[in-house]
Design a protein around this ligand. Sequence first.
Ligand code: 5GP
Length: 181
Amino acid sequence: MLVVVSGPGGVGKGTLVERLLQLDPRLWLSRSWTTRPRRPGEPDDAYVFVDREHFLREVARDGFLEWAEFLGNLYGTPVPSPPPGCDTLLEIEVQGARQVHERDPTALLIFVVPPSPEEQRRRLEGRGDPEHLIAQRLAKAAEEAAAAGELGAAVVVNDDLDRAVEEMVSLLAAARAERGH
Ligand code: 5GP
């Protein structure tokens, strides 16, 4: 099964995904490619960091399950190869979630939203993005929420980390039961 976690920047998707992975050994995290430069302090393996030309060569040879341009950079999920018995977890933006949904309508889509725009801004500032990028990302959030609604994604409010993780665990269990996993 494909499990897609989506949501605006600064919503805490990364932390939720880390917690889910710790709790569920049957989840396998896909590592994305990006043309975005590495942020200060960001681990080397957060993404496969490549230039645009390299990325587009991979597109041309159909190497991606989905890919999208987000705020001027390209991001893509390599065609997944999870260990047997594992579900693949993707942390991607909404255009990518739509592509996954089109390719595999049985994918579980989860859209994480912040408790408030103020909290989201605080989180983006804490991560060291420049102000113009923070403003762009906040503007993008509303657009993304509308798109997620159209896709019928399950919405999880990240008001409290433990509660939000618990909700995601339940969604996952229900989706597996439904699909007979
Ligand atoms: P960031 O630059 O903050 O790491 O990521 C920007 C956005 O791109 C986030 O919403 C993140 O979830 C999304 N993203 C990361 N990897 C992928 C990917 O492989 N495909 C798509 N479509 N979006 C991605």
